[in-house]
Ligand binder design. Structure first.
Ligand code: AMP
Ligand code: FE
Ligand code: FE
Ligand code: ZN
Length: 296
């Protein structure tokens, strides 16, 4: 049987693997297809695509958009989007600016509490356009202020701790529309982490294409529950390890191996969407690329 991992992070967001290391790890884990889903960026996709092609590994470009619905943060995976789509690129650039400013604000708040962390140290360590709390945590550890990443989150970075700064997020409906406009498919990441399953039918009505049923944080009964929900709502089933590289206490590659039959269905849905768009463009209906109903 062939296996895929549709949820992976690299150094272009808060993962530790370079694109080459990511591909090496996929080969080690005997995967035949991977997707890159860095937070709020598509930047690593060309390099991973190239490295994957060299070793005969299939590759799906993607991103994991930080979004919100009903005041809750949730993550929308966008697969097979056009990497050059201007509106998507602009929105991701905006999200990256928000992340960079949030890091500045987090460090300012820590400094106000006499934690001597330098913002340049965080940016240097992150070395990417989409930095986040894990980079601040790593900088706190490498400055010797904290003994571990967990300690950094517990003492400083969790909600309502001294370095906590709320994040401005795009609406989930907008994220779904944007992914569709860029020719991609929108999948809700790790629904089990949201503890609010009522969000799923709402997103389905907004045009969501799939649900990440297989995830290291879902036990087998959660996986079954989400597969049943996907089936009743007509959503694709996806899955991945959400690997952030070599990091203690975090999921690693290989913890979720998705049979590629699920990916075949995703690719079929993507191809039929593309054919529908081409037909509607021929009929003079160009512009409404995805035809997504907006109302929730
Ligand atoms: P952000 O998007 O900047 O709010 O950061 C969220 C990231 O921090 C996600 O990838 C989480 O998995 C990660 N994270 C949350 N808690 C911890 C923790 N205790 N240790 C390491 N990473 C964590
Ligand atoms: Fe992350
Ligand atoms: Fe996520
Ligand atoms: Zn992720």
């Amino acid at each position: 049987m062939n296996f895929a991992d549709l949820h992976l992070h690299s150094r272009h967001s808060d993962g530790t693997y370079t694109p080459l290391e990511l591909v090496d790890a996929a080969v080690e884990n005997e995967l035949s297809l991977i997707a890159l889903t860095d937070h709020d960026t598509l930047e690593g996709c060309p390099a991973v695509a190239e490295a994957a092609a060299r070793v005969g590994l299939r590759f799906i470009p993607g991103t994991e958009i930080t979004a919100e619905l009903n005041g809750r943060e949730l993550h929308i995976l966008g697969y097979l989007v056009d990497l050059d789509h201007e509106e998507l690129r602009d929105e991701l650039a905006r999200a990256q600016k928000i992340r960079q400013n949030r890091v500045r604000e987090m460090v300012a708040r820590l400094n106000a509490r006499h934690v001597p962390l330098e913002v340049e140290a965080v940016f240097e360590l992150a070395n990417c356009r989409a930095p986040g709390r894990p980079h601040v945590a790593r900088a706190l550890v490498s400055a010797g202020i904290c003994g571990s990443l967990d300690e950094a989150f517990e003492r400083f970075l969790k909600k309502d701790r001294p370095g906590w700064v709320p994040k401005e997020k795009m609406s989930a409906v907008r994220a779904v529309d944007l992914i569709h406009a860029a020719g991609g498919l929108a999948v809700m990441a790790h629904p089990g982490l949201n503890h609010d399953d009522t969000l799923i039918p709402k997103l389905a009505r907004a045009g969501l294409d799939g649900l990440e049923c297989f995830h290291p944080k879902h036990n087998s009964s959660a996986t079954e529950k989400y597969q049943a929900m996907a089936s009743s709502l007509g959503l694709l089933v996806t899955g991945g390890s959400d690997c952030h590289g070599r990091s203690k206490n975090r999921p690693t590659m290989g913890t979720v191996k998705l049979p590629t039959e699920f990916v075949d269905l995703l690719l079929e849905r993507h191809a039929s969407r593309r054919a529908e768009r081409a037909a509607s463009a021929r009929d003079g209906g160009a512009g409404s690329a995805a035809g997504t109903p907006a109302g929730i």
